[in-house]
Design a protein around this ligand. Structure first.
Ligand code: 5GP
Length: 138
Protein backbone atom coordinates (compact mmCIF):
# COMPACT_ATOMS: atom_id res chain seq x y z
CA UNK A 1 0.00 0.00 0.00
CA UNK A 2 1.42 3.40 -0.95
CA UNK A 3 0.86 6.90 0.41
CA UNK A 4 -1.81 8.89 -1.46
CA UNK A 5 -1.05 12.63 -1.11
CA UNK A 6 -4.66 13.56 -1.93
CA UNK A 7 -5.91 12.32 1.48
CA UNK A 8 -7.89 14.79 3.61
CA UNK A 9 -5.21 15.25 6.30
CA UNK A 10 -2.57 16.05 3.66
CA UNK A 11 -4.94 18.79 2.42
CA UNK A 12 -5.40 20.10 5.96
CA UNK A 13 -1.60 20.08 6.48
CA UNK A 14 -1.19 22.15 3.29
CA UNK A 15 -3.83 24.61 4.50
CA UNK A 16 -6.20 23.71 1.65
CA UNK A 17 -8.91 22.64 4.11
CA UNK A 18 -9.74 24.16 7.52
CA UNK A 19 -9.35 22.56 10.95
CA UNK A 20 -9.76 23.44 14.62
CA UNK A 21 -6.04 23.77 15.27
CA UNK A 22 -4.62 23.21 18.75
CA UNK A 23 -0.92 23.40 17.89
CA UNK A 24 1.46 23.36 14.95
CA UNK A 25 5.24 23.05 14.79
CA UNK A 26 7.76 21.84 12.22
CA UNK A 27 6.93 18.19 12.94
CA UNK A 28 3.19 17.99 13.48
CA UNK A 29 -0.27 19.50 13.47
CA UNK A 30 -2.60 18.91 16.43
CA UNK A 31 -6.33 19.41 15.79
CA UNK A 32 -9.75 18.49 17.08
CA UNK A 33 -11.44 15.44 15.56
CA UNK A 34 -14.62 16.80 13.95
CA UNK A 35 -16.49 13.50 14.56
CA UNK A 36 -15.38 13.05 18.19
CA UNK A 37 -15.91 9.85 20.17
CA UNK A 38 -15.97 11.99 23.32
CA UNK A 39 -15.58 15.65 24.32
CA UNK A 40 -11.96 16.65 23.63
CA UNK A 41 -11.08 13.94 21.05
CA UNK A 42 -7.83 15.26 19.58
CA UNK A 43 -5.64 14.15 16.67
CA UNK A 44 -1.86 14.42 16.36
CA UNK A 45 -0.90 14.41 12.68
CA UNK A 46 2.82 14.22 11.84
CA UNK A 47 3.93 16.29 8.85
CA UNK A 48 6.19 13.50 7.59
CA UNK A 49 4.12 11.67 5.00
CA UNK A 50 3.27 8.06 5.73
CA UNK A 51 0.13 6.00 5.25
CA UNK A 52 0.20 4.69 8.82
CA UNK A 53 2.53 3.19 11.43
CA UNK A 54 3.73 0.44 9.12
CA UNK A 55 5.53 2.69 6.61
CA UNK A 56 6.46 5.54 9.00
CA UNK A 57 10.07 6.66 9.34
CA UNK A 58 11.33 5.46 12.78
CA UNK A 59 13.14 8.75 13.43
CA UNK A 60 10.01 10.78 12.64
CA UNK A 61 8.06 8.53 15.01
CA UNK A 62 10.47 8.92 17.89
CA UNK A 63 10.53 12.70 17.40
CA UNK A 64 6.72 12.74 17.58
CA UNK A 65 6.05 10.78 20.77
CA UNK A 66 7.01 13.55 23.24
CA UNK A 67 4.38 15.75 21.58
CA UNK A 68 1.81 12.92 21.86
CA UNK A 69 2.50 12.84 25.61
CA UNK A 70 2.26 16.65 25.91
CA UNK A 71 -1.07 16.65 24.09
CA UNK A 72 -2.38 13.79 26.27
CA UNK A 73 -1.58 15.79 29.41
CA UNK A 74 -3.08 18.97 27.98
CA UNK A 75 -6.28 17.21 26.91
CA UNK A 76 -6.64 15.65 30.36
CA UNK A 77 -6.09 19.00 32.06
CA UNK A 78 -8.45 20.89 29.74
CA UNK A 79 -11.29 18.36 29.88
CA UNK A 80 -10.99 16.91 33.39
CA UNK A 81 -11.36 13.47 31.79
CA UNK A 82 -11.05 10.47 34.11
CA UNK A 83 -8.79 8.68 31.64
CA UNK A 84 -7.53 8.76 28.07
CA UNK A 85 -7.16 6.33 25.22
CA UNK A 86 -4.29 6.60 22.75
CA UNK A 87 -5.50 4.96 19.53
CA UNK A 88 -3.98 4.49 16.11
CA UNK A 89 -5.51 2.38 13.30
CA UNK A 90 -3.61 0.64 10.49
CA UNK A 91 -5.49 -0.17 7.27
CA UNK A 92 -9.24 -0.22 6.64
CA UNK A 93 -10.05 -3.63 8.19
CA UNK A 94 -8.59 -2.30 11.45
CA UNK A 95 -10.71 0.87 11.30
CA UNK A 96 -8.41 3.32 9.48
CA UNK A 97 -10.43 5.78 7.40
CA UNK A 98 -7.86 8.53 6.67
CA UNK A 99 -4.64 7.22 5.15
CA UNK A 100 -2.11 9.67 6.61
CA UNK A 101 -0.60 8.58 9.94
CA UNK A 102 -2.27 10.08 13.02
CA UNK A 103 -2.71 9.36 16.70
CA UNK A 104 -6.02 9.79 18.53
CA UNK A 105 -6.19 11.05 22.11
CA UNK A 106 -9.70 10.12 23.27
CA UNK A 107 -10.81 11.35 26.71
CA UNK A 108 -12.83 8.87 28.76
CA UNK A 109 -15.39 10.06 31.32
CA UNK A 110 -16.37 7.56 33.98
CA UNK A 111 -19.90 6.25 33.37
CA UNK A 112 -20.10 7.69 29.82
CA UNK A 113 -19.62 5.22 26.96
CA UNK A 114 -17.51 6.40 24.03
CA UNK A 115 -19.36 7.34 20.84
CA UNK A 116 -18.91 5.49 17.56
CA UNK A 117 -15.62 5.83 15.65
CA UNK A 118 -16.01 8.62 13.04
CA UNK A 119 -19.69 9.10 14.13
CA UNK A 120 -21.62 12.39 14.45
CA UNK A 121 -20.12 15.80 13.63
CA UNK A 122 -19.49 18.09 16.61
CA UNK A 123 -20.57 21.71 16.94
CA UNK A 124 -17.92 24.05 15.44
CA UNK A 125 -18.11 26.58 18.27
CA UNK A 126 -17.60 23.83 20.85
CA UNK A 127 -14.62 22.43 18.92
CA UNK A 128 -13.09 25.90 18.64
CA UNK A 129 -13.45 26.43 22.40
CA UNK A 130 -11.92 23.03 23.16
CA UNK A 131 -8.99 23.74 20.79
CA UNK A 132 -8.31 26.99 22.67
CA UNK A 133 -8.54 25.30 26.10
CA UNK A 134 -6.25 22.44 25.15
CA UNK A 135 -3.75 24.85 23.55
CA UNK A 136 -3.71 26.86 26.77
CA UNK A 137 -2.62 23.72 28.67
CA UNK A 138 0.13 22.69 26.24
P1 5GP B 1 -8.88 6.83 11.42
O1 5GP B 1 -10.08 5.94 11.35
O2 5GP B 1 -8.26 6.99 10.05
O3 5GP B 1 -7.91 6.46 12.47
O4 5GP B 1 -9.42 8.19 11.92
C1 5GP B 1 -9.74 9.28 11.15
C2 5GP B 1 -10.34 10.27 12.09
O5 5GP B 1 -10.42 11.49 11.42
C3 5GP B 1 -11.75 9.88 12.54
O6 5GP B 1 -11.78 9.87 13.95
C4 5GP B 1 -12.62 10.99 11.95
O7 5GP B 1 -13.63 11.36 12.85
C5 5GP B 1 -11.65 12.10 11.72
N1 5GP B 1 -11.93 12.96 10.59
C6 5GP B 1 -12.43 12.60 9.38
N2 5GP B 1 -12.48 13.65 8.56
C7 5GP B 1 -11.98 14.71 9.26
C8 5GP B 1 -11.77 16.08 8.93
O8 5GP B 1 -12.04 16.56 7.84
N3 5GP B 1 -11.23 16.87 9.92
C9 5GP B 1 -10.91 16.37 11.15
N4 5GP B 1 -10.38 17.23 12.02
N5 5GP B 1 -11.11 15.09 11.48
C10 5GP B 1 -11.64 14.27 10.55
Amino acid sequence: MTYDPSNIFAKILKGELPCHKVHEDDKALVMMDIFPQSRGHTLIVPKAASRNLLDADPEALSALMPLVQRVAKAVKAATNADGLRLVQFNEAPAGQTVFHLHFHIIPVYEGTPLGAHAGGKADDAELAALARDIAAHL
